[in-house]
Design a protein around this ligand. Structure first.
Ligand code: PFF
Length: 446
């Protein structure tokens, strides 16, 4: 194993990088339509609970393993549990992010297309069917998927400090300003009040076991858990940093963004008199229609800023996915150079992504277990591989590592967080694993 030389420079750099991974399409594209489909504010409350009791402990478990070992996912398992079967967890979490990146980058490509469209001010009131036509065509989504993967690879090629750290340090504060502006704009639209009400008034009659499992799954996805990204980023965190603060800070910003994205989308949707339970097309279908109806330069600019925000958020997440595999290939004893590793993995995910892209068009009829490639990859990752990775990481930190080592990492040798360590350890050891098993069983039987 080769030692990692690069480290993130300081607390804010760590939080921006981790928040960059967490804040993405899951917040701006997925969260608002899940809220729309699952009972508004009731879903938000359950989601918040899931973040605290389920997601944060897994985040801490990954952080502990990553920083303690200072290695990629596979190297971490070999270092902390040499010669054991845990190496399979290391391998699993190299493969999962590659599968995830292959379809994530297709949706990232859609945001490239919509950003370009917004740059040309091409949303008019007549956007009916635009989204369906675009994703079902053959070449256009492949071209935008290619651009998206190329941009991701370009940032990773620059390295941990000059690539990941610099990019997230510049774009994340910008993203915060953008989303705040958009939320204020949306809330002030005439007729937006109903959308705000929808977000703050819980309807518990809609809550079922499935809704709870969906909220838990979203917490996983949104905080980038069970895939090895947080572990890999934590291996770049210096021993001085407080891991509980970076976890709490990341969860805070992630939640803030999801809520702000809801504040952008829902009021606009209600203002335009559209139903909120629209599903995955909510952001790409409904919002251009709304912007187009404004028939004004302001509408065009707002559309441009909105799709810029989605694009940037998607990129800061996709780089964290690619970095997991690159760190793995670079850190082997006879590892590849960063350049070769990045190019190799970018090409592999690009090829797999083409299959996902075509599943909305020419390959729509090709199904495995009744699912298209895109749906298969998504359900494989979201419903199975991510929870499995998360479960195994919590078991590793809670049961395989010694309590003294975990305490040492979470309290920086006893110098901080001493009083809350007990609670955090209890959540890692018992609560999170049980919660994940519940998600599994719900996915299996519902
Ligand atoms: N958290 C990202 C989002 O909400 O869009 C998605 C994601 C990124 C999941 C990185 C997993 C990951 F490792």
């Amino acid at each position: 194993m080769k030692p990692i030389k690069e480290k993130f420079g300081g607390r804010l750099a760590v939080i921006w990088a981790m928040a960059g991974s967490a804040i993405g399409l899951g917040n701006i594209w997925r969260f608002p339509y899940l809220v729309g489909q699952n009972g508004g504010a009731a879903f938000i409350l359950i989601y918040m609970a899931a973040v605290v009791v389920l997601a944060l402990p897994i985040f801490l478990a990954e952080s502990v393993i990553g920083r303690r070992s200072g290695c990629d996912t596979f190297g971490a398992m070999n270092k902390l549990a040499p010669g054991s079967k845990w190496k399979w967890l290391g391998l699993l979490t190299v493969i999962t992010p590659m599968i995830l990146l292959s379809y994530y980058s297709v949706v990232g490509g859609w945001s490239v297309e919509y950003f370009f469209k917004a740059c040309c001010f091409s949303f008019d009131g007549n956007t009916q069917g635009l989204f369906a036509r675009f994703i079902s065509s053959t070449w256009a989504p492949i071209i935008t998927h290619t651009l998206f993967i190329a941009a991701t690879a370009a940032i990773i090629l620059l390295g941990v400090k000059k690539g990941i750290e610099l990019f997230t340090k510049i774009t994340m504060p910008l993203l915060l300003v953008l989303i705040l502006f958009l939320a204020v704009y949306s809330v002030l639209l005439p007729g937006a009040g109903k959308g705000v009400e929808y977000l703050v008034k819980p309807d518990f009659s809609k809550v079922t076991a499935d809704v709870v499992a969906t909220a838990m799954g979203q917490a996983f996805f949104s905080l980038s858990l069970g895939v090895g990204t947080i572990l890999t980023y934590a291996s770049y965190v210096s021993k001085k940093e407080n891991l509980m603060i970076s976890a709490g800070g990341t969860a805070f910003f992630d939640l803030l963004f999801a809520l702000l994205a809801g504040m952008v989308v829902m009021p606009a949707v209600f203002a335009a008199g559209i139903r909120p339970g629209e599903g995955p097309g909510l952001v790409f279908d409904t919002l251009p229609y709304i912007f187009g109806q404004m028939h004004s330069v302001a509408g065009g600019i707002v559309a441009l800023l909105f799709f810029l925000a989605i694009l940037v958020a998607a990129l800061t997440s996709s780089i964290s996915l690619l970095e997991v595999g690159v760190a793995f290939l670079v850190q082997r004893r006879h590892g590849l150079t960063r350049q070769k590793a990045t190019i190799l993995l970018a090409i592999l995910t690009w090829l797999a992504g083409i299959l996902c892209s075509l599943s909305f068009g020419p390959l729509a009829h090709v199904t495995i277990l009744g699912k298209t490639f895109f749906d298969l990859f998504d359900s494989l990752c979201s419903n199975w591989l991510m929870p499995l990775g998360g479960l195994l990481f919590t078991l590793f930190a809670g049961w395989k590592m010694s309590k003294a080592d975990v305490r040492d990492e979470l309290t920086n040798g006893g110098s901080c967080n001493r009083t809350i360590f007990g609670v955090a350890y209890f959540l890692i050891r018992y609560v999170a694993p049980v919660g994940i098993v519940v998600v599994f069983l719900t996915n299996l039987f519902l």
